[in-house]
Design a binder for this molecule. Structure first.
Ligand SMILES: Cc1cc2nc3c(=O)[nH]c(=O)nc-3n(C[C@H](O)[C@H](O)[C@H](O)COP(=O)(O)O)c2cc1C
Length: 182
């Protein structure tokens, strides 16, 4: 079994939920990223300007793990500061990287301005094309079909035991089985 650690940043809980699910499935270590400044608007501004905000030091020694699973959200199409600064700082200590995001845009919107595909491209540019796997488990997977146009509802919805069922659970279990447990 590969030695694995899950590292996550979560503002409102969905990516924390996902990170904990992965860590429970693999029985592996988990650690939150703690940004030096945790103010959304500042984090987005700094990212736009290409400036680092920086995070507190990660307590685990990442080089000791075969793979690092990074979980975190997308804001305004950005590969957000806490995640960006984490990769920039530790990329040389990460043997294999998985980036998993619970974001607001659906698979259908993945190539749009705010979609997850741009973020996947950006993270690959920083980390490199080898030994990386990116995956999205978007919030719309837990929204009923007839409410998928309700952007307020999508922004307010968080992953919980109550809604982590059906397609999202199936995709999560397939991902864990095919990518992480093989
Ligand atoms: C300010 C803000 C901007 C957002 N912009 C995007 C976006 O551009 N693309 C997207 O897919 N989701 C976007 N979202 C939705 C979040 O990615 C989504 O709610 C995510 O699940 C939140 O994760 P968390 O609960 O772990 O913080 C945005 C959310 C916020 C608060």
């Amino acid at each position: 079994m590969e030695r694995t650690i899950v590292v996550y940043y979560s503002r409102t809980g969905s990516n924390k939920y996902l990170a904990e699910k992965i860590s429970q499935s693999l029985t592996c270590d988990i650690e939150p990223i703690r940004p030096r400044v945790n103010i959304v608007i500042l984090m987005m501004l700094f990212r736009k300007l290409g400036l680092p905000i920086g995070n507190r030091r990660i307590k685990h020694k990442l080089i000791d793990y075969d793979r690092v699973i990074l979980c975190g959200p997308i804001w305004m199409g950005q590969f957000i500061c806490p995640l960006h600064d984490f990769i920039n700082r530790y990329k040389n200590q990460i043997n294999k990287l998985y980036f998993i995001t619970c974001c607001g845009t659906s698979y259908r919107e993945k190539d749009d301005k705010f979609g997850h595909e741009h973020v996947f491209t950006e993270i690959t540019k920083i980390y490199g094309e080898d030994n990386i796997h990116c995956e999205a488990l978007p919030i719309p997977l837990v929204i009923p079909e007839d409410k998928l146009k309700d952007s307020d509802l999508i922004m307010k919805t968080r992953l919980t035991d109550g809604n982590f069922t059906g397609e999202i659970q199936e995709r999560f279990e397939n991902f864990v089985k095919s990518e992480l447990l093989n």
